[in-house]
Design a protein around this ligand. Structure first.
Ligand code: DP6
Length: 379
């Protein structure tokens, strides 16, 4: 007998960053965080999980390549899911006893892993969703997010669509460290996102070791987690609930800056932004200043890629400027239908300073806010 289930899960990009663990094994964070889930048509992982009494080992295929299932984080997730299934089986003698059978897992991204985008978040979220479907687990997305968190902290937020908070929790066992919905995507459908892929290389310092170094060596980090983030967490949630883009943008920009500051304050310092990233920051500042208000927000994770958030009503100005600068970047614009409606940024002398940044950007992903994991028939 073989049982099979498939699920897709989306990428999420933090607007209030998770950076620092109070427990490395359970991935318990030193601060709460907030993210926006991106559209799955553009950025998602599809995972098919199957189980059979004939399988000899647990096995994992990632983008067509077989991987040995030795990662402690993955094993911890599988153990948790098996335990929940076992509990169901113990309570219902009619259920097939599949919790002891081996699992075969096939996982694929529809975006290049090397693009430096948060593939581990979508990956663990898809793993948890597909197996929870296979095991027919009744647990809520928040409950499942605690398992995804053990795989990769940020993965817990990919169990929801729209606007998501990861509440850090206080307990040592992590039972209160989980993701919750702040608002569904339908609450603020005007929100758009654009990713400027600056590097196709793997990150310099992986986030797990990078955040550990920051926790152990940065003085500024203590200030961030104690004096800055707790208020910002509340304010950012409110800005989403109230649909106050200017506030949301200000907090997003400040938190990206704060996160990269504690990276620089680590010893030895960690640099995730490169010269292209810095030019993008200047460009977005220029755009906001020119408009007399914040119409775009940038954020950078543990790498040089920029994610820009903006509202549909400002698409013409935001994409107009990006097109003016990055029209030579051939990957990304080809599916965009409204090029003729973009604001014209010709003849603006100030823009000459940005002439060269397009060289550092390899592709542009125009996307919007998306749903959480979805069951699918694809296998
Ligand atoms: C900068 O979730 O990749 O993207 O828990 O060690 O797997 P681990 O770290 P990970 O860190 C993400 C860091 C970040 C900020 C964020 O997504 O909140």
């Amino acid at each position: 007998v073989v049982y099979v289930a498939s699920s897709t899960a989306p990428v999420n990009i933090a607007t209030l960053k998770y950076w620092g663990k109070r427990d490395k094994i359970l991935n318990l964070p030193t601060n709460s965080s907030i993210s926006v889930t991106l559209c799955q048509d553009d950025l998602r992982t599809l995972t098919t999980a199957s189980t059979s009494d004939l399988f000899e080992n647990d096995q994992l295929w990632l983008n067509g390549e077989i991987h040995s299932l030795t990662s402690e984080r993955t094993i911890m997730c599988l153990n948790d899911l098996r335990m929940l299934r076992k509990r169901l089986e113990d309570n219902d003698p009619l259920l097939p006893k599949i919790s002891t059978w081996k699992l075969h897992i096939v996982s694929e991204n529809n975006f290049p892993t090397a693009a430096g985008l948060a593939s581990s978040a979508a990956g663990f979220a898809a793993l948890i969703s597909s197996i929870s479907k296979l095991y027919q687990l009744p647990q809520s997305a928040s409950e499942l997010s605690k398992i995804a968190r053990k795989g990769s902290g940020s993965a817990c937020r990919s169990l929801f669509g729209g606007y998501v908070a990861w509440e850090m929790g206080e307990l040592d066992n992590g039972e209160d460290s989980k993701a919750v919905e702040v608002a569904p995507k339908s609450h603020w459908p005007e929100m758009k996102a654009c990713i400027l892929v600056v590097s196709d290389h793997k990150k310099d310092v992986p986030s797990t070791s990078g955040m550990q170094l920051t926790v152990n060596t940065s003085d500024l980090f203590q200030y961030r987690i104690k004096q800055v983030v707790p208020n910002r967490f509340i304010e950012m949630k409110n800005s989403i609930i109230e649909k106050n883009f200017e506030k949301f943008a200000e907090l997003t920009i400040k938190d990206s800056n704060s996160f990269h500051s504690v990276c620089l304050d680590s010893y030895p310092p960690i640099f995730y932004l490169n010269d292209t990233s810095k030019m993008i920051i200047k460009l977005i500042n220029y755009l906001n200043e020119k408009n007399g208000k914040l119409i775009a927000a940038y954020t950078f994770d543990a790498g040089p890629n920029a994610v820009i958030y903006y509202l549909e009503e400002h698409e013409s100005e935001v994409l107009g400027l990006l097109y003016k600068i990055f029209n030579k970047v051939k990957i990304g614009w080809e599916n965009y239908k409204n090029l003729n409606k973009l604001s014209n940024f010709d003849n603006i002398a100030e823009l000459e300073t940005f002439d060269e940044i397009y060289k550092g950007v390899s592709r542009i992903i125009l996307t919007q806010i998306g749903d959480g994991p979805m069951e699918t028939e694809e296998c």
